[in-house]
Ligand binder design. Sequence first.
Ligand code: FAD
Ligand code: N01
Length: 545
Amino acid sequence: AMVATRAVEERGTAQQVDVAVVGAGFAGLYLLHRLRKAGFSTVALEEAGDVGGTWYWNRYPGARCDIQTIDYSYTFDPGLETAWTWSEKYATQPEILRYLGFVADRYDLRRDIRFKTKVTEARWDETAERWLITTDNGEAVSCRHYIMATGCLSAPKPPEIDGVKDFKGEVYFTGRWPHGGVNLAGKRVAVIGTGSSAIQSIPLIAEQAAHLTVFQRTPNFALPAHNGPAPSERMSLLQSDRAAYREQARQSMAGVPYPQQMAVSWQLSDAERRARFEEAWGKGDLVYILTQLWADQAVDVEGNKLICDLIREKISAAVKDPETAAALMPHDHPFGAKRPCLDTNYYATYNRPNVTLVNLRQEPIKAISTGGIATGKRSFDIDVIVFATGFDAMTGAIRAVHPITGRGGKSLTDVWAQGPQTYLGLTVAGFPNFFMITGPGSPSVLSNMAVSIEQHVDWVVDRLAALRDAGFTTMEPTETAQAGWNRHMADCSMLTLHRLANTWYTGANVPGKVQGLMPYTGGVGPYRSICDEVVSRGMLGFKLS
Ligand code: FAD
Ligand code: N01
């Protein structure tokens, strides 16, 4: 009774809306637009000072998308599509941020966004059947529905290296890069990490710095970006029938309009395989090389190893020093089981005289001291440390809102103690009217996120409108449906090779995090059909009240 009274009191002073959205990135912006059009009152709460999400925070040198930008765009409004022209095949972070700002202006979204406002807690009030959202800045929000559009890669991972606090030089995180940029000229710079963020920034840092030392724990596969104008054959496909092109993306496995590859590796001769590989390598297209070489590349270790060998040959050819080349070659995971990176001068950068690669597998970092970094073998005098150490992915930003309290006082942290439990990656049993955009259990990061975000937002907003129009106030998945989805997730995870790599997809990059493949591996098109079937079968697996 105490809790109920307190909730009612707080509601008295809280901002009242139908739907509260957390996040104003790709997902939050489209949510605001759709919710308004569906007649809901809404507010978005955003920690950052402006819109953009990923593209607001990740301002490190070289930051770009790795899905071709004509595909990594909103598709909900044909007018928007023709009002914006991308200047490159892979747009830079500033251009993508301008695009998201353009979208915010076009639909007048900023008036419903509270910036510099971090959501700290959320509680379901069973009597009022409303969520109460607490923030670190200004009034709480009372809402019927609570949607987390908080991003899969938005909570930076702490570096977990002793002595960072003692370091007297400058420290930067790629995911929190200063807005004014950083002057690295003449400085001795260390980059820790060799994931996508590092691989994009290292070539540009090397051009500025007096010396760059890269501390690598695990090498990644990187493929040439061959950036430039959008490829003319893709552009003409898009322009000849925009609707069909977009529809093919929605029905595809990865959210990019490519067909399912049918030829199996052992049906092809060595020469045919090499020719396919060289053609793909020349295209500079991550999704193409991940899906179009042969049908067994992502599901069978033998079919996959053929590609690993071919890429390792390329690394060997690109890097002059054989020891450095060997250290840069991944051997610990199948190609594609970990997100591969796009390379613009990455491997070539190791041929520069001012760049040193330190292989942490042979000499782990012992400590960071006031003036540098020491491994078991050497110490390096350093002026600037750049942490490109990644994110507490997929669940980090959701769990950072703590507690999220559902029915019966249950906290999401407790419900997820053994890993995320969801129905469709969208909802959680015991948490009525709570939704996640690209949550764990959905294709999310294994897809073109623009396509997956639009699909989730459309599904959620359409459900909320249908619920309202039918006179219901709450929806929530059943425990049975959730258990069934988790079983299906586990079954699908056995089909691909993702389970064979320790990655941020599995939680392996964060010490102490529960291990398990978090994204759904069944593909974007099949997943969409399942979500649609749930609806056409009378909201199968949901309780409405
Ligand atoms: P985000 O853009 O992460 O936005 C979430 C927002 O929620 C953030 O602004 C954050 O501040 C806010 N937030 C989180 N928690 C709270 C809280 N408690 N209170 C208030 N606000 C909160 N995907 C692709 O498909 N293709 C690509 O090429 C691609 N490139 C990428 C490049 C980089 C450098 C990174 C890091 C990711 C990339 N991604 C890419 C993935 C990218 O995250 C998604 O494509 C997309 O931008 C996610 O949009 P979102 O709105 O879901 O989340
Ligand atoms: O992060 P990551 P990211 N000591 O986790 C190392 C998207 N994205 O920001 O592998 C030493 O991939 C860690 O080593 P290891 C994309 O989906 C896209 O680069 O754990 N090293 C790893 O090398 C991407 O996959 C783009 O052994 C430590 C690195 O840091 C995702 O975001 C650009 C360490 C982290 O790599 C994340 O990418 C950027 C430690 N204590 C991001 N801790 C595009 O190109 C971590 N590492 C579109």
